[in-house]
Design a protein around this ligand. Sequence first.
Ligand code: RTP
Ligand code: MG
Length: 148
Amino acid sequence: MERTFIMVKPDGVQRGLIGELISRIEKKGFKIAALKMLKIDEELAKKHYAEHIEKPFFPELLAFITSGPVVAMVVEGDGVIAGMRKLMGKTNPKEAEIGTIRGDFGITTSQNLIHGSDSPEAAKREISLFFKEEEIIDYTRDLDKWIF
Ligand code: RTP
Ligand code: MG
């Protein structure tokens, strides 16, 4: 089954939205295969956001993503990479549709609540940055039997 890397960013934790965001992922039928809270240090932030290191917003992004705990997840499902990007909405919450996480709760582009991998390659890379293989749990739910 396809996997993606999802993270509730520090603003999501600070605003008390961990449960709301996880709930939306579960209600959509996607499955949490791994979950942990951690504080991202500078080294991990630079690896995770390597593609953005040269961008003008990188210093702000680095300061923000290391500013407090995040909730990291591996999420599984049919088409979950694209599906989660849809559920999250556009990067800029002002452009994100109402009904999406960023559209409903987001305020600014720099603090947009949630991260999701944008391709299969990114998903593989990001999952391995945050999780050891043995931390990703293989299990079935009644729901999975019912749907698939
Ligand atoms: P993410 O990687 O966090 O899931 O977000 P994304 O794919 O929708 O957006 P991306 O282009 O990858 O940008 C990564 C994060 O950097 C911050 N950002 N700030 N101030 C700005 O112009 C700006 N642009 C991007 C956002 O937090 C964005 O989610
Ligand atoms: Mg991105």
